[in-house]
Design a protein around this ligand. Structure first.
Ligand code: ZN
Length: 310
């Protein structure tokens, strides 16, 4: 493959800016930097934090697109074909990836699995099962629940995996990766402390979600998630509403959490009927591509968890 020919850098080394994150929008002049392709927002944020300005970091699943049912584009294949490194969340979340990587035919590609070594939750007991079981099974994550990035402690593990993977693939920039990762990890540790302090009086608080994204954060801080819907839906079905009502009867539910993109009018009236307050809780599958966005969104999550579980 002619991909590793050293092309002169045409002075395009301006620092990492967000216009470069779109995998379909490569700058015309080839950068001499290591090119890292990431799958979706959380691993993109972590990789950008570790890479700083020594590597170019792109994203395949643009924010606003659902990673759970994502279909790869020809631009995604091109991005992987010309990349040095690919960073994924793993745990079966990126179902589109295997075929896309195959189609890209890039034998030099180094893959980093950000979830390596993380102990996953397979238990789906707290999810309210639907009647249409086989429908759900189509989307079931065979490798366990993939939403590990929503626990700051596992996020730290992901940053460490990304750091070590980048160093192994690009040892020339080892020091930068180490320093950048150390700064971000410090922020993640501070965040974990904030969660522990704010949620130490809300033990066993049970909350309902409409996306099975929060079992790790619940487990870490002694809360209990009951997911009525596994993967976010554009609209709640009458069956989902019934499941929420059943869950409230079955558990001592303190609050309901919803994400942007879910039918909020229906949720609002449901929360009124159930006499439970509805708060937003962000799975970070969508949002801004600035690495600090993780902390911004997670601090908002903490406020809402604390308010809902008070
Ligand atoms: Zn999800």
């Amino acid at each position: 493959m002619a991909l590793l020919i050293f092309l002169p850098a045409y002075g395009c080394n301006e620092s990492n800016n967000d216009s470069r994150t779109n995998a379909g929008n490569l700058p015309d002049a080839k950068s001499s930097k290591t090119k890292v392709v990431t799958t979706f927002l959380p691993v993109h944020l972590f990789t950008k934090a570790v890479a700083g300005d020594v590597a170019d970091v792109e994203i395949l699943v643009n924010p606003g697109t659902d990673v759970h049912e994502y279909q790869a584009t020809p631009d995604n294949v091109k991005a992987i074909a010309t990349a040095n490194i690919l960073v994924k969340n793993g745990l079966g979340l990126e179902e589109f990836l295997e075929d896309t990587v195959k189609n890209a035919q890039n034998p030099k590609l180094v893959e980093i699995d950000a979830s390596k070594g993380i102990k996953v939750i397979n238990d789906i007991a707290s999810v309210e099962e639907t009647k249409h079981k086989d429908q759900d099974h189509k989307h079931e994550h065979t490798d366990g629940n993939p939403h590990v990035w929503l626990d700051p402690v596992f996020a730290k593990q992901q940053v460490i995996n990304i750091r070590d993977g980048l160093i192994a693939a690009d040892p020339g920039n080892k020091e930068a990766y180490q320093n950048n990762a150390a700064a971000y990890i410090q922020e993640l540790e501070n965040l974990n402390n904030e969660f522990q302090q704010s949620l130490n009086t809300t033990s066993n608080c049970t909350f309902i979600t409409f996306h099975d994204a929060f079992p790790y954060i619940a487990k870490r801080y002694n809360l209990k998630q009951v997911a009525v819907v596994k993967i976010p839906e554009d609209q709640l079905s009458p069956a989902d509403v019934q499941k929420a009502i059943n869950a409230v009867k079955k558990y001592k539910v303190k609050t309901l959490f919803s994400e942007p993109g879910v039918d909020n009018k229906l949720l609002t009236s449901l929360s009124q009927d159930l006499k439970l307050t509805l708060y937003p809780l962000d799975s970070l599958e969508n949002g801004e591509t600035n690495p600090q966005y993780y902390f911004q969104a997670m601090k908002a999550n903490l406020q809402n968890l604390a308010a809902g579980c008070k």
